[in-house]
Design a protein around this ligand. Structure first.
Ligand SMILES: [Zn+2]
Length: 128
């Protein structure tokens, strides 16, 4: 599926986005103590199937990583309501970039809308 990055009027991270970003950064030695105070959501994916957003900040959160890009970490969640949630965070030139968020309906029919709240049965963090 093609990711479409559509600029939005900048907004703070939602509570879920905030906690996923913090968890992923805290698990990675290069990122554990970066300053997120000016980090905002500046764009969103408009593919209609995912909840990916793009982050921006006044200055790169991790200037030491200029010239590099790649994934920082991933979280995989399974909920009591039978959804799988995949979250990944990547960086480009020391700037946090895409927070990819995807809800997968694990029921056979598989056509439920993504929930606004849920109960976690499993939660696995992977450093990347
Ligand atoms: Zn999308």
């Amino acid at each position: 599926m093609k990711m479409e990055r559509k600029p939005i009027s900048p907004r703070p991270l939602s509570p879920h986005e905030q906690s996923w970003v913090r968890e992923i950064l805290q698990g990675h030695p290069d990122w554990a103590d970066v300053d997120l105070s000016t980090t905002e959501v500046v764009a969103a994916c408009d593919c209609g199937n995912c909840d990916a957003v793009y982050l921006g900040a006044e200055t790169p959160q991790n200037p030491r990583l200029k010239g590099t890009k790649g994934y920082i970490g991933r979280i995989e969640i399974r909920t009591a309501e039978a959804f799988g949630i995949t979250v990944t965070l990547d960086q480009h030139d020391g700037n946090l970039d895409q927070l990819y968020v995807d809800f997968l309906d694990l029921e056979e029919k598989g056509d439920r809308k993504r929930p606004s709240q849920w109960r976690e049965l499993a939660h696995v963090y992977t450093k990347m």
